[in-house]
Design a protein around this ligand. Structure first.
Ligand code: FMN
Length: 199
C-alpha cells in the first residue's frame, strides 16, 4: 500500500474478527516499530507481544469497560466515546495480538528543569505510530488503550514485568470485523490547523 494511502486509511478499530495474524506480518509490524526514532538514540524500549488468546483474555479482564452516558452523540468526539468506552475490554479480548511497548525512563517523567522528562515516553509513541501504520499496510485494524488508575500495576503483576519498566499503552491488532463501528473523524487539515511562518 502506498504510504499516504496507509496514513489516510488508518483508523482506530475496536471490533475484530476471530482470526490469527500470520507471524511474518507481525514480525514486519514489530520491525517497523523498532525502526522509529528515539531520544538520544537510546532505544530503551522492549516489546512484549501476546498472541496466546488465553493470555490476551486474562489480560483483558484487568481492564474495565468505561461507562458512557452519551446516548445521542452530537460531535465526533461524543460518537467516539459512545463506540469506544464500552469496548475497552472487549477490543482487547477480540484482538489477535496485543503489543505492550515497555520503556525505561532515563529522567523522571515530572522533570521540568530541563524538559527531558517526556523524551522516553515520546520515543515510545513514535514506535507505536510506526506499528499502527504498518498494521494498516498489512490490512489489519489496530487500536490503543492507555492503562489508567490501577491498570498499569495490575498488568505488570500479571505479566511479571520487572521493576523500572513503564507501559504507556497497549496496542491491539486484528482483522477488522465487517461491522466495526468507526466514528466520524474530527477535521484536521492544513487549512484549519497549520500556520505558516508566524502564529
Ligand atoms: C494518546 C492516545 C490515547 C488514546 N487512548 C485510547 C484509549 O485508551 N482507548 C481507545 O479506545 N482509543 C484510544 N485512542 C484512540 C483515539 O480515540 C483515536 O485515535 C481518535 O478517536 C481518532 O480516531 P482514529 O484513530 O480512528 O483516527 C488514543 C489515541 C491516542 C493518540
Amino acid at each position: 500500500m502506498e504510504f499516504y494511502e496507509v496514513v489516510n486509511k488508518r483508523r482506530s478499530i475496536r471490533q475484530f474478527e476471530n482470526r490469527e495474524i500470520p507471524h511474518e506480518a507481525l514480525e514486519r509490524i514489530l520491525d517497523a516499530g523498532l525502526k522509529a526514532p528515539s531520544s538520544n538514540h537510546q532505544r530503551r524500549w522492549e516489546l512484549l507481544t501476546l498472541t496466546d488468546k488465553s493470555i490476551i483474555y486474562n489480560l483483558a479482564q484487568l481492564v474495565r469497560p468505561y461507562p458512557c452516558r452519551v446516548v445521542e452523540p452530537k460531535t465526533p468526539q461524543q460518537e467516539m466515546f459512545k463506540i469506544a468506552y464500552p469496548r475497552q475490554r472487549s477490543m482487547i479480548e477480540e484482538s489477535a495480538c496485543v503489543i505492550l511497548p515497555f520503556f525505561k525512563q532515563k529522567y523522571p517523567m515530572s522533570e521540568d528543569k530541563n524538559g527531558y522528562g517526556l523524551m522516553d515516553y515520546g520515543a515510545t509513541w513514535a514506535l507505536v505510530e510506526n506499528m499502527l501504520l504498518a498494521a494498516t499496510a498489512e490490512g489489519l485494524g489496530s487500536v490503543v488503550h492507555i492503562p489508567v488508575k490501577k491498570e498499569p500495576e495490575k498488568i505488570k503483576e500479571f505479566l511479571k514485568i520487572p521493576d523500572g519498566w513503564y507501559l504507556p499503552t497497549l496496542v491491539m491488532l486484528g482483522y477488522a470485523s465487517p461491522d466495526a463501528e468507526v466514528p466520524a473523524q474530527v477535521k484536521a487539515t492544513v487549512a484549519n490547523k497549520v500556520r505558516w511562518n508566524k502564529w
